[in-house]
Design a binder for this molecule. Structure first.
Ligand code: DX5
Ligand code: ZN
Length: 229
């Protein structure tokens, strides 16, 4: 896929029906989601527990866009090969979870995936500055990771600093947490190009009424795009 900075909506299936992932993935993709975002949590780095590599491999069969896997686990290195084998396109790890982050990012690329770095709300942007050559994506967490449906933390200046740091490099700037039609314009204006959204996309819809997902995606996308005009 060629690199572009157009606004992309990544649907987080953490807000989908957990008994129906295949249908849910196909429904949000057919309704306009650009990427599928999968939140992997270990009950250790974050308080919640979600999916491991076998579940991610099962999701892969339904994903026709980009499978964007957000690891909220520690340690990371022992699981890199398993997520590559599961068909991950982009594997994002938390700065705070990796004592040897440079090595971990290199290992993600060596395993054939794109490498992402996620920063918790309290982590400064400078930690990314020596890693830019190792990165395909930087994810600014706009909630403390662990749950969907939390309130957006305004980190506009942080997003903007990273946008300047990235410059012309082919690195996506993703935001994750509390993104809806009200917050999408703020993050887009500061330079984010990948907007992760869970509850604001799945709210009100079901696989039998996926048009609600489509309407939610359109509203978020147009709010973001209108901030760029
Ligand atoms: C939070 C996750 C997010 C979450 C976003 O730890 O990383 O991807 O699913 O959900 P919303 O959009 O509901 O904040
Ligand atoms: Zn996430």
């Amino acid at each position: 896929m060629t690199f572009n900075r157009k606004i992309k909506i990544a649907a987080s299936i953490l807000s989908a029906d957990f008994a129906n992932f295949g249908h849910e993935i196909r429904a949000v993709e057919s309704q306009g989601a650009d990427w599928i975002h999968i939140d992997v949590m270990d009950g250790h780095f974050v308080p919640n527990l979600t999916f491991g590599p076998p579940a991610v491999a099962a999701f892969r069969k339904h994903v026709t866009t980009m499978m964007d896997v957000h690891l909220m686990i520690a340690p990371v290195d022992p699981y890199i090969a398993a997520f590559a084998n599961a068909g991950t396109d982009i594997l994002t790890t938390h700065f705070e979870a990796c004592p040897h982050i440079h090595r971990t990012l290199q290992a993600i690329r060596d395993a054939g995936m794109k490498a992402g770095l996620a920063l918790n709300p309290g982590t400064p942007t400078c930690v990314a500055s020596n890693l830019l050559d190792q990165l395909d994506l930087i994810c600014v967490m706009t909630v403390n990771p662990g749950y969907s449906g939390q309130k957006y933390i305004n980190l506009g200046p942080k997003i903007n600093e990273l946008r300047s740091m990235i410059g012309d490099r082919p690195i996506h700037l993703e935001v994750d947490g509390g993104i809806d039609e009200k917050t999408a314009p703020i993050v887009a204006r500061e330079g984010a190009d990948v907007l992760v959204s869970g509850s604001a996309i799945f709210h009100g819809g079901t696989v039998d009424h996926p048009e609600v997902y489509g309407e939610n995606i359109r509203v978020i996308r147009s709010a973001a795009e209108s901030a760029l005009q």
